[in-house]
Design a protein around this ligand. Sequence first.
Ligand code: AR6
Length: 171
Amino acid sequence: MNYECVQGDITQQDDIDAIVNAANAQLKSGGGVAGAIHRAAGEQLEQATRSLAPIEPGEAVITKAFDLPNRYVIHCLGPVYGEDEPSDELLADCYRNALNVADEHELASIAFPALSTGAFGYPFADATRVALQTVKAHSSKLKHVETIRFVLFSDSDYEHYQKALSEHELI
Ligand code: AR6
């Protein structure tokens, strides 16, 4: 598995097959990642998600990416920290389920934002540990996915991830 980490915007990963949305249960536009993805994908995305909603914490569903430069969007509902329990298991489910959906669609590359670490309040260091432990443990089960990219919005989040990837021996 090839692990990558970049500082940037999840809607601008034009060499990636599927980007992951930090969705809400109704799969509608919103703030943060979901707002950026819906704005960039266009109105057709909300139409495409209508019949798939609502989703549960930990679940992942896939749609086309419409005006985004990717083939697909995989929508994950992360846990609201302190409300959806056990939060670490639900967050791990998001990463596992998103990877499985990508693999079932025979995709070679997927990009994740830091799920649940914005509006849903998950402490960043804890969420990073869950994300990296989960993808590391799960990667050997995947047949098609070759590249997993983590896209971090701020410089400090990016630096934290770089360090954590090397501590987990992923880069
Ligand atoms: N590209 C990459 N990362 C981003 C971007 C972007 N364009 N924008 C924000 N981030 P959040 P959540 C980072 O709040 O915590 C929405 O309103 C951000 O700095 O998008 O899972 C939905 O409608 C943070 O580290 O997702 C839901 O109701 C991370 O992405 C709810 O928020 C996740 O922040 C989901 O909350």
